[in-house]
Design a protein around this ligand. Sequence first.
Ligand SMILES: Cc1cc2nc3c(=O)[nH]c(=O)nc-3n(C[C@H](O)[C@H](O)[C@H](O)COP(=O)(O)OP(=O)(O)OC[C@H]3O[C@@H](n4cnc5c(N)ncnc54)[C@H](O)[C@@H]3O)c2cc1C
Length: 411
Amino acid sequence: MRKILIVGAGQSGLQLALGLQTQGYEVTLMSNRTADEIRSGRVMSTQCMFDTALRHERDLGLNFWESQAPRTEGLGVSVATPDSARAIDWVGRLDGYAQSVDQRVKMAGWMETFAQRGGQLVIHGAAVSDLDYFSRNYDLVLVAAGKGELVSMFGRDASRSPYAEPQRALAVAYVHGLGPRPEHPDFDAVRCNLVPGVGELFVMPTLTTGGRADILFWEGVPGGPVDVFQGIKDPSEHLALTLELMEKFTPWEYARATKVELTDAGGTLAGRYAPTVRHPVGRLPGGGLVLGVADVVVANDPITGQGSNSASKCAAAYLAAIVEHGDKPFDETWMQATFDRYWETAQHVTKWTNAMLGVPPEHVLNLIGAAGELQPVADRFANGFDNPADFENFFFDPEKTNAYLAEVAGA
Ligand SMILES: Cc1cc2nc3c(=O)[nH]c(=O)nc-3n(C[C@H](O)[C@H](O)[C@H](O)COP(=O)(O)OP(=O)(O)OC[C@H]3O[C@@H](n4cnc5c(N)ncnc54)[C@H](O)[C@@H]3O)c2cc1C
């Protein structure tokens, strides 16, 4: 059977490894950490995944935590005024529920499953020189190592990467003890709080190592009042700062957070990165070729919560392309075509996410405002997180936005 090497045991690498394994491929998975190290380590993401991405996991029978993880049935948007009131506030209903399963739980569990099913798991932080050596023994080498150093093998695609610098400073805290949402407490929702000029606060339920929890996630405009987490090592100091900023900018969220405590010592994360699209084919010093997967080739800012969703979609697209290719060689033409197939969906994610990082134009403000009056608009916006391609129909072009709003208002 064909031999495939996958470097990186994250959402995309593991989903692809387990999918290929089911199809009878001989898969080697290289991870720089063991399952236990991942499980007992630091949180890595907020990993809210919407229906389409979750379905790819279900299709492979990998939805091990579906019954335990909270079901997120809505997505709410609030916009803060300069005096910290809520100018806009609505909740859209998702057609299919979203879920967040702490990557520490999921990746550790999937890694163990891969090994139990006979997969070759190598614990080693791969360098380019390793890949050069290993590539000769495999039919295909996939690099799914996220935003780590191996991205240097893949050139930045400037035409698809409008930002050279990080656009947000990220600060995550996993907590127990958050009170229910004041509105619609009968179902769980992701809460997106937009604070113009300052950043965004996202609040969402998750399943973590200690059971159900909630995530408080600040995205701060660089240099602004929320860009203050860099260098903070003490998790309780990180949480205190998170809450202080919530009290100042989003008091309605702070009101339900007064009794929270961190889930565990690894429950905080701070960092930043520039959203980047890369050329998908990497050439090794010895002439071998490798194909980049998910964040390696398309890394978007988490402002729209798309990276894990995209990783799942990328893994599903690559799995289909590999299987369909049968015994033919995985050459450069195939690699480029395989990435292009993924880019069909990824391009919409990148366009929308990069737009959300900028100052919203007037028609987008009108759209977000109108969603407070027109429930179908709120619902459609919320479901755009599952299928960002739909934003082409009503988000980017003022004429299309106005026509859509007129149509809904008329109905
Ligand atoms: C703060 C934050 C919040 C986010 N929130 C969301 C969200 O709500 N929804 C969403 O969809 N996305 C979210 N994302 C994005 C999402 O987490 C990522 O896009 C997604 O995990 C990418 O999956 P991946 O498989 O490409 O890479 P990763 O998940 O990064 O996995 C890569 C793996 O490779 C390993 N690795 C790295 N280098 C090597 C090496 N040399 N050798 C071996 N192994 C290596 C890493 O340790 C890691 O385990 C968020 C990201 C951040 C930072």
